[in-house]
Design a protein around this ligand. Structure first.
Ligand SMILES: [Ca+2]
Length: 442
C-alpha cells in the first residue's frame, strides 16, 4: 500500500513538474528595451518637464516603476551602447569613446563579445533591433553578426531624419547588413518596423531592442526638409541656422513623436494581449547636450561626468508582475539590464558581467547590495559609493567630492574636509582603471 502510494506520489510530482515546465516555457516574457538618444533627465513630463508633453511614457511610469537614480554607463552614445549590449563596463570591451563616422570606420564592438541578443537567443528567443547601432560601421560589426535576427536602422551616431545620410555624407540605412534606404522620418520608421516585428512574432518569445534616434541632432521634425545628401560634409552648424525658440520647438516635437511611437508599441502589446507577458524597459543613453534639452537642474551635460551627463530618465513596465506607481531610488547603471533580462527569462547566467540583476528589486522590492560604481570618459573617472561621488579629472586638478544626498547639483566640493575618504576613493579609481584596461589588452 505504501509502495503504491509512493508511486502515485512520484507520478503526481512528475506530472506537476512537467506541467509547470511547459507553463513556464509558454510564459517566457517578451522583452522590449527602448532607448532615447541624448534625452535629458528633465525632458519628460513625468520627470518635471513643462515644455514637453509625453503622455505615453508618463503612463508607462505610472503603470510601473520610475527610476530616479538610473545612470547611463557613458556620458556619450557608443560607450553606453557597448555596455547595454555586453553587460560590462564599456572600457572592458574597448568602446570607451564615441565611434565616430570620420575617424573610426574600422573600429567596432568585437564579435567575440557576447551580447544580450546572443545570450537570449540561446534561451530560444527571436531577436530584433530597429534604430541606432553606433558600435561599428563595417558589416562584420553589424547587429546581425551580434545576435539580432532582424535589423533595420543606421550604424553611425546620427543620420538625417529624412534622407538617412550620416555626418560624413554616407548613406546609412540598413536592412540587415545591406544598405537599403527607405522613405520616412527615422523615428516613425523605427516605430513601424518595431510594431511589424511584434505582430509577426506574437506567438513566440521575442526580444526587441528599439534604440531611437530622437532627440539627437540633426534637429528635424516630421515636416522639416532633408539637409544631407550623399557626399554631404559637416559644414555650417545647424544650430546657427535656427533661433533658440525654433530649436526648442523642434526638440519638443522630436521627443513627442518618439513618445507617440512608444504609445503605438504599448497599444500593439495590449491589442495582441501580450501586455501581461512583456517586460518593457525605457531609458536614455546619456544626458542632454549643452545645446538643447533639460537635465532637470543637474550640473553638467552630455560628455561630462557630472550628474547631468549620465543620470537619465528610465522606467520598467510589466503589468501584474511589477506593481504600478513605484518610484525606485536604487543606483542603477545601463549594464544592469543584461543580467536583469536574463534573470526574468530564466536563462543561465552569463559569466563575468559587471552588471547585476535587478529582478528581485523590481518584483519584490529587495534592496540591491551596496557596490562601487564607476564612470570613465576622456581621461576622467567618477566613483559612486552610496551617496558619495568622487570625480577625478587629471593629476593637475583637485578631486571633486560631493554628497549627492544633500547636494544633487554637485555645488559643494567636500574633498578638503574628507582627505582620508578621497585617498581611498582615488586608490579605488586607479585600481579600477587598471582592471578595465587590462581586460582590453587581453
Ligand atoms: Ca547619445
Amino acid at each position: 500500500m505504501l509502495k503504491k502510494f509512493n508511486i502515485l506520489l512520484v507520478s503526481f510530482f512528475v506530472t506537476n513538474v512537467f506541467t509547470s515546465c511547459v507553463a513556464q516555457k509558454q510564459d517566457k516574457p517578451n522583452i522590449i528595451i527602448i532607448m532615447a538618444d541624448d534625452m535629458g533627465y528633465g525632458d519628460l513630463s513625468c520627470y518635471g518637464s513643462t515644455l514637453i508633453s509625453t503622455p505615453n511614457l508618463d503612463k508607462m511610469a505610472s503603470e510601473g516603476i520610475k527610476f530616479t537614480d538610473f545612470h547611463s554607463n557613458g556620458p556619450v552614445c557608443s560607450p553606453t551602447r557597448a555596455a547595454i549590449l555586453t553587460g560590462k563596463y564599456q572600457q572592458r570591451v574597448g568602446i570607451d569613446g564615441v565611434v565616430t563616422a570620420k575617424h573610426h570606420r574600422d573600429k567596432g564592438l568585437e564579435t567575440s563579445e557576447k551580447t544580450f541578443a546572443e545570450a537570449i537567443k540561446e534561451a530560444g528567443y527571436v531577436t530584433g533591433m530597429f534604430g541606432k547601432w553606433h558600435v561599428g560601421y563595417k558589416t562584420e560589426f553589424n547587429p546581425i553578426n551580434q545576435g539580432f535576427d532582424e535589423y533595420i536602422g543606421y550604424v553611425s551616431g546620427n543620420v538625417d531624419y529624412h534622407s538617412h545620410i550620416d555626418q560624413e555624407g554616407y548613406e546609412d540605412w540598413w536592412n540587415g547588413d545591406e544598405i537599403k534606404n527607405e522613405k520616412g522620418y527615422s523615428t516613425d520608421l523605427i516605430t513601424e518596423h518595431s510594431v511589424d516585428f511584434i505582430k509577426r512574432h506574437k506567438d513566440e518569445p521575442f526580444l526587441l531592442y528599439i534604440p531611437h534616434e530622437a532627440p539627437h541632432g540633426p534637429f528635424q521634425g516630421r515636416l522639416s526638409k532633408a539637409e544631407r545628401e550623399i557626399g554631404w560634409k559637416n559644414g555650417a552648424k545647424q544650430k546657427d541656422k535656427m533661433s533658440e525658440e525654433e530649436l526648442n520647438n523642434i526638440y519638443k516635437e522630436m521627443v513627442e513623436v518618439m513618445d507617440e511611437g512608444v504609445g503605438v508599441v504599448m497599444k500593439t502589446l495590449k491589442e495582441l494581449k501580450l501586455d501581461k507577458n512583456t517586460l518593457v524597459f525605457f531609458c536614455s543613453d546619456n544626458g542632454a547636450s549643452r545645446k538643447v534639452g533639460s537635465n532637470g537642474g543637474l550640473r553638467g551635460f552630455k560628455s561630462t561626468l557630472f550628474e547631468g551627463g549620465h543620470r537619465v530618465s528610465a522606467m520598467a513596465w510589466y503589468p501584474e508582475t511589477i506593481l504600478p506607481n513605484q518610484v525606485n531610488n536604487e543606483t542603477i547603471l545601463t549594464m544592469d539590464l543584461f543580467p536583469t533580462i536574463m534573470d526574468f527569462v530564466g536563462a543561465e547566467k552569463t559569466k563575468n558581467l559587471d552588471g547585476v540583476s535587478l529582478k528581485n528589486n523590481l518584483v519584490k522590492g529587495y534592496h540591491l547590495s551596496q557596490r562601487d560604481l564607476y564612470w570613465g570618459y576622456a581621461g576622467r573617472t567618477a566613483l559612486r559609493e552610496g551617496d558619495w561621488k568622487l570625480i577625478l579629472r587629471n593629476k593637475e586638478t583637485e578631486p571633486l567630492l560631493f554628497n549627492l544626498k544633500d547636494d544633487i547639483q554637485e555645488k559643494n566640493n567636500l574633498a578638503s574636509e574628507h582627505p582620508d575618504m578621497v585617498k581611498t576613493m582615488v586608490a579605488k579609481i586607479e585600481a579600477w582603471n587598471k582592471d578595465v584596461k587590462k581586460s582590453v589588452a587581453n
